[in-house]
Design a protein around this ligand. Structure first.
Ligand code: FPP
Length: 267
């Protein structure tokens, strides 16, 4: 089936009525992409930044409402300080370069993670760009930075424990909906599709709570080689899956998840 979205983008074989609302990506393989070419790792990350730009553009063209990218994990702090510094510089450069494109395309930039651990200049850039794109209502692009799924769950638990200590929440009132509201970005729906590049079949501490019912797609391609066509292929594969959410028949994701969270999660 061929469909054309409101912006006139033609996407062969994609059912534009059944697109994932939220796509999350573990962008892996930058280092190996560079090594295979005898290049320094940072050039792999630079090529990875281009793949970020392409993927965001493709999602926006299709009308996908949320894209979340694992840009720097909590565990990445244990990389050599030189590589961390280069990644932070690249992030600043990317934000500066892309801000006008984000604004023009009404894309809102957001971030999740222990953001206070980022270098102050990066954090200032991030806050600036988040403010300047805050009116974007066509797509939300979220960067996971200094992010770990276990750390997010721990941070939510600490906040809830504090509320219990203050007598503002009763322990019996803690359910999935309340817990979800204390995650970093509760208003984002859960990802429908989680893509990982470079062939590794791991979750690597990404969105542990939110991916309960996400469809997983692993491609052997390194992230810098990931193209718009690769994205379309992942969506085609997603559209062939039966999403049952623990039931015996395929379920409407909106219905299936409405009992488990209050944040409008779509499965
Ligand atoms: C994993 O590849 C990727 C990262 C640790 C960082 C991801 C960063 C980018 C895609 C570029 C910058 C991002 C933005 C948003 C501008 P790896 O280094 O672990 O690769 P390897 O497993 O092959 O060594």
């Amino acid at each position: 089936m061929t469909g054309t979205n409101p912006d006139g983008i033609s996407s062969p074989a994609l059912d534009l009525q059944r697109l994932p609302k939220h796509i999350a990506v573990i962008m892996d393989g930058n280092g190996r992409w560079a090594a295979a070419r005898g290049l320094p790792r940072i050039l792999g990350h630079r090529a990875g930044a281009e793949a970020v730009r392409r993927t965001a553009e493709a999602c926006r063209e299709l009308g996908i409402s949320a894209l979340t990218l694992y840009a720097f994990s909590w565990e990445n702090w244990s990389r050599p300080s030189e590589e961390i510094g280069q990644l932070m510089d690249l992030l600043e450069e990317f934000l500066d370069r892309e801000v006008e494109t984000l604004r023009k395309n009404q894309i809102r930039l957001r971030a999740i993670g222990r953001l206070h651990e980022l270098p102050p200049t990066v954090l200032a850039h991030l806050h600036d760009i988040m403010a300047r794109t805050s009116q974007g209502d066509r797509m939300t692009m979220t960067l996971a930075l200094s992010y770990g799924g276990r750390q997010e769950i721990l941070d939510a638990t600490r906040r809830i424990a504090q509320l219990v200590r203050e007598g503002r929440v009763q322990p019996e009132a803690i359910d999935e909906a309340l817990f979800s509201r204390h995650l970093y970005l509760p208003e984002l729906p859960d990802p429908d599709l989680l893509i990982r590049t470079s062939g590794e079949q791991r979750i690597s501490n990404f969105l542990l709570w939110q991916i309960s019912y996400a469809e997983l797609y692993v491609t052997p391609k390194f992230w810098p080689d990931f193209t718009k066509d690769d994205l379309y292929e992942t969506i085609r594969a997603y559209q062939q899956r039966d999403r049952r959410f623990g039931r015996t028949t395929p379920a409407d994701p909106a219905v299936a998840s409405s009992g488990s969270t209050e944040n409008g999660a779509c499965g």
